[in-house]
Design a protein around this ligand. Structure first.
Ligand SMILES: [Zn+2]
Ligand SMILES: [Zn+2]
Length: 264
């Protein structure tokens, strides 16, 4: 069946708002230096979303805090440390995110995570990879660790969404990361304690809730390596802070954080 005829008979339906839409042919981006995350989002998600849903994406861009990655409401001026990062020493060196955890990105994360729409992992994982190349241009990362789920939650959900986001990265890596080899490890850091959901808790409560939730088996080789922790959402940073604490205690040289979405 000719493609145009097939599209006329079965127009694509938006994964989020369920509206039928005309499929758009977008020219693939070449060098992402020239494209903003908004354009990359549009290119990658065009087969899945209608135009109004695509335009709802809100990229995290400078000016932001070079420590925790929070985006400043004032859109003028350069990057500078936020009040929180001036007051306290973060366990991780820096955190960066792709987009704001609201609107379309929140819907996509929920669809991936709670409705098992694993087909979204490919475009979202590629989008996250663009964020990675943007902020870690010169490489410097030895080890990528998706934030682990408790085994009981992993059995119930059937997948770890943070791992799905990086699962295809090895095929993107050629030539990136300064030619430096990067390993993705899913079984190194373990979630050993069951915790109540973090939703609705403040930062301090989240920190207490997550304490002791992660561990490294004795003698694991993280020594002197730079780790990138990957998670789907950064809310108060309590989860990645606790992971970073465990990894640094285990001898990691430094821990950076990358998430797809970030509460703003
Ligand atoms: Zn839509
Ligand atoms: Zn900060």
């Amino acid at each position: 069946m000719a493609q145009s005829f097939k599209i006329a008979l079965f127009p694509p339906k938006c994964h989020v708002c369920k509206a039928f839409f005309r499929s758009r042919r977008l020219t693939p981006h070449g060098d992402d230096e020239g494209s903003g995350l908004n354009e990359i989002f549009e290119q990658l998600l065009a087969p899945y979303l209608c135009s109004p849903c695509i335009s709802d994406f809100f990229a995290i861009e400078s000016p932001l805090c070079p420590g925790c990655g929070v985006m400043f409401a004032g859109r003028t001026g350069g990057d500078h440390l936020c009040g929180d990062c001036i007051k306290r020493q973060n366990k991780f060196t820096r955190a960066r995110s792709t987009g704001a955890y609201n609107g379309i990105l929140l819907s996509l994360v929920h669809r991936l995570k709670y409705h098992g729409r694993s087909e979204l992992a490919r475009p979202l994982g590629e989008l996250l990879f663009h964020t990675y190349t943007r902020h870690w241009k010169d490489g410097g990362i030895d080890l990528i660790i998706p934030v682990p789920l408790h085994p009981r939650k992993l059995r119930r959900r059937g997948f770890n969404q943070s791992y799905l986001l990086v699962a295809k990265w090895p095929r993107y890596f050629s030539g990136e990361n300064g030619g430096h080899r990067v390993e993705i490890k899913v079984d190194l850091l373990r979630r050993v304690r069951w915790t109540a959901p973090q939703t609705g808790l403040g930062r301090r409560e989240r920190q207490n809730n997550i304490k002791g939730a992660f561990s490294l088996p004795d003698g694991v080789p993280v020594g002197n390596r730079s780790v990138l922790l990957v998670d789907d959402v950064y809310t108060t940073g309590a989860t990645v802070t606790e992971c970073a604490r465990v990894l640094l205690t285990g001898g990691a040289d430094r821990v950076d954080v990358l998430t797809l979405a970030r509460a703003i």
